[in-house]
Structure formats: C-alpha cells, structure tokens
Design a binder for this molecule. Structure first.
Ligand code: GTP
Ligand code: MG
Length: 441
C-alpha cells in the first residue's frame, strides 16, 4: 500500500495559490458520491477516482497512488518551511507563477526552499485567460484549450513560457511546457493554466500523480505503527479549548494515545481526547457543529486533535505517538523542536517567526559566509537590541528579521543599531550586504 503524497502550493503573492486550491476543491466538496473530493482539516484530498474523472481522456492508464493530499495554506510564509523529520513535510509542490508577471521575489524564495529540501515540484503558469485574445474554454484541459486558440494567442502563450524558462535556467533548472517533455527527471514541467476558469487543472493533476508514481513510490510506502505528524496551527475552539491542526504523514493515531508535541520550552506530553474531522456540509445542523469525532486515523490525513495542555504547542513542530518508548520520543521531539544553528562569538543577530524560517535565513547567511551570533524565534525585542549593541564589529551590529515585527518597546531603541526585516530572505541579505558595502566605503 502507498499513501497519497502531500502536495504544497507556493508562489508569489496574488499569483493564484488560493484560487487554484479553491478550484481543485471545486463544487464536489459538498457532494458525497464515491470518488468525491474530501475536505480535511488543513488539507484537501483528491482521490484517484476523482482525478480519473477530472482528467477524462487525458489519462489512459491506472495509477497505484491513491490520490493527492493538498495542504491548504494557513496564510503565512513560514508554511513553506514546515518540516517532517527534518525534511520537507510536502512530498511534492506546485509553484504558482502568474504567466503575465513571471518570476517575482517570492517565486525565487520558494524555489530556494524547494531546492534546499530537494522537493520535486511542477510549475503552474497561471492566469492564461488574461493573455490578449484568449478564448474561454472553461474547465478544459490545457492541451485541448490551446488548440482552440488563434495562432497569435498560441504564440503569445509560448513567448511568455519561454521567458519563464529563461529565468529558470538562470536559477539552475531546465524547464519546458509539460506536453513537450520526454524525461521528467531532467526537466521541470510547466503547466499553463487558469485557476479562475479551471483550464489546465486536469493536466496539473495528471503530471502530479505521474511524478508521484514514478519517483516517490518508495517514500510513500505506508508504515504501520505509531502516528507521526506536523502541527500546522494551534487554535482555540469553542468547547474544546486549545487544539492542534495536524498533518499526519506516517502511521496511525488513536483516541486515548499518548502524544508528545513540540513547544517553546519542554515537549508537551498529553493524551488524545478527540480526533476531529470536518463534517460534510449537509450534516452540519449548526455552523458551530463543524466536527466529526473519529476513533482512529491513518496517514496521510489532516486532523484536529483535542487534548489537555496544548496551550504552548508550537506550529511547525512534530507530534508523535508514544507507547513504552516515551523517553525516546520526548528526546526526539526536543531535538527536532530545538534551534540547531551554528553560532559564533562575532556575528549578527537573527530572528524569525518559526523554526523553519529561522533555519532558512541561517542557511542563506552561511552560503554568504556571514556569521551568526544569536538565532531565536519571535519578534524583535528590546533585549535583542541591547544584545546587538554589544557586538564588537560595527558591520555585524545588526538584527536581521524574517517574517517578524519590531515590538513597541524595542521601537524606541531601534535607532541605536541597524535592523533589516522582510518576508523574503534574500531581500534581507541583499539589503544587509548593500548597507555593509556602503559602510565600508
Ligand atoms: P496570496 O494568498 O495573497 O499570496 O495570493 P494567492 O496566490 O492565493 O492569490 P489568489 O488566489 O488570492 O488570487 C489573487 C487574485 O488573482 C484574485 O483576484 C484572483 O481572482 C485572481 N486570479 C487567480 N487566478 C486567476 C486566473 O487564473 N485568472 C485570472 N484572470 N485571475 C486569477
Ligand atoms: Mg492565498
């Protein structure tokens, strides 16, 4: 048996990630016929039967992959750095690029993350419907829709794709329109599409299952045994208290199981009180009555876990079932939640909103040969500024913040040192290096 691959969707702001996921979820979420798309907590499952149905004559063979589990974006960049066992949580990714705008800063950022985790990905070249002269073709596969376009429009599509191909080449990838690729191990597939009109959704799903089947089969073998997952979000729920939304990527979780969850300090040891799934819309009598309680769940799935003492649970950290190996599991969670960033006597201070994003920033600094004195999670505080003032080398007397704010009491002190914040790692580094060059002059 193999489980469904976990697929994440990333890309530059406004390029169409949410629209794509909404379209994939489509109208069939509410329908409960066999093969219908099901909603999970924090994820959407497209079973293989639904993929056959959506793809129609595009598919002429059977796949072993039982479907695809798309992670729904919680809406912050750190999501792209969610991990599982130190690697990427997602088995596959879809990088959305607005075909008219091309590669933008957060596209590059996404590519860097995918490279670092060695996550296979495809490119959804979105918004083809905005290309001048495009003729509707709602919900059709791209390869049929393109044939119905005028010669100039077809050319226009290819010119725009070529621009993306050129940029990707500079970034170290050989890419092409997916229907012109013979070897998917050597080439990055570009699927032109319109999330808004549903064009190319079939092609995208087909390429994803094809990739999963060919290159991931080994990684997707289901492991029987204790459940392992990653915390997507920590949420307060009426009547349930603090709960965690979890993507279960391996094994089984049962009601009553002892779990260990990563936190800001010591790992939390608790017992699962309830495992919750979303209720189908037509069974919901009251909008507050959104969950269905189940006794057990197998990977891969998105679930909500209710348990005591989850107040300090940390998004992005592991949640692992323990039985007689509690101590071992606690040690593992502690290790995976801890900050393992090499620091030096002399260096800069870095802050980020989550472990994954902190590591992403540290990694890029290391590539540049820039030393780090201190690395921590959280907004920039007064204490960070006081710390930065003690740095000897004036070139390192800075704080680099990724996806963080400057706290109000730190704001007053902020003029004493230099602070660089951004939600794009390489922009932080670029700005910092520019400042250093200026200072050296
Ligand atoms: P963030 O979450 O803010 O990063 O954006 P996003 O990538 O999720 O983009 P979103 O799906 O919210 O789309 C941004 C805008 O582009 C919305 O107004 C969408 O309606 C529009 N849009 C998305 N896909 C398409 C498309 O295929 N064609 C057209 N014409 N508009 C699109
Ligand atoms: Mg969005």
């Amino acid at each position: 048996m193999i489980r469904q691959p976990i697929v994440s969707v990333l890309g530059h702001v406004d390029h169409g990630k949410t629209t794509l996921l909404d379209k994939i979820r489509g109208t069939s979420v509410a329908r409960r016929e066999a093969g219908a798309i099901t909603q999970h907590i924090g994820a959407t499952e497209v079973p293989i039967d639904a993929i056959y149905k959506i793809c129609g004559k595009l598919i002429n063979k059977k796949f072993k992959v039982p479907g695809l589990l798309f992670i729904d974006t919680p809406g912050h960049e750190a999501f792209t750095t969610l991990r599982a066992r130190g690697g990427a949580l997602a088995d596959l990714a879809v990088l959305v690029i607005d075909i008219n705008e091309g590669i933008m800063p957060q596209t590059v950022e996404s590519i860097n993350i995918l490279k670092r985790y060695k996550t296979p990905f495809v490119i959804a070249a979105n918004k083809i419907d905005l290309i001048y002269g495009w003729k509707n073709c709602k919900d059709e596969p791209f390869i049929f829709a393109i044939q119905k376009q005028k010669e100039e429009v077809q050319q226009s599509v290819d010119e725009k794709i070529y621009k993306i191909v050129e940029k990707l080449y500079e970034l170290g990838f050989s890419a092409d329109r997916y229907d012109r690729i013979a070897d998917f191990t050597q080439n990055l597939a570009i699927i032109p599409m319109s999330a808004k009109l549903g064009i190319g959704i079939a092609d995208l799903l087909l390429v994803l299952v094809g990739l999963a089947q060919r290159f991931l089969e080994e990684n997707l073998k289901t492991e029987e045994g204790p459940g392992e997952g990653t915390v997507l979000e920590v949420k307060e729920e009426r009547g349930l208290g603090k709960t965690i939304d979890v993507i279960l990527y391996s094994g089984t979780m049962r009601k009553g199981d002892t779990i260990v969850v990563g936190s800001h300090d010591e790992p939390i040891i608790t017992k699962i009180k309830a495992i919750l799934k979303p209720k189908p819309l037509d069974e919901m009598r009251d909008p507050r009555d959104r969950f269905l309680s189940v006794d057990e769940v197998h990977a891969a799935a998105g679930i909500k876990i209710a348990a005591p003492n989850l107040e300090n649970a940390l998004a992005g950290s592991p949640v692992i079932v323990a039985d007689d190996n509690l101590e071992e599991v606690v040690n593992r969670v502690r290790k995976e939640t801890g900050i393992h960033i090499e620091t030096q006597e002399e260096g800069v201070i870095i802050k980020a909103d989550a472990l994954g994003s902190l590591e992403a920033l540290a990694y890029e600094l290391k590539q540049e040969g820039l030393p780090i004195k201190m690395a921590d999670i959280g907004d920039i505080s007064k204490r960070d500024i006081v710390n930065a003032q003690t740095i000897g080398n004036p070139l390192y007397r800075v704080i680099l913040g990724f996806n963080v704010k400057i706290l109000p009491d730190a704001e007053k002190e902020a003029s004493k040192i230099k602070i660089f914040t951004n939600n794009v790692v390489y922009k932080i580094i670029e700005d910092y290096k520019e400042w250093m060059d200026e200072k050296k002059r």
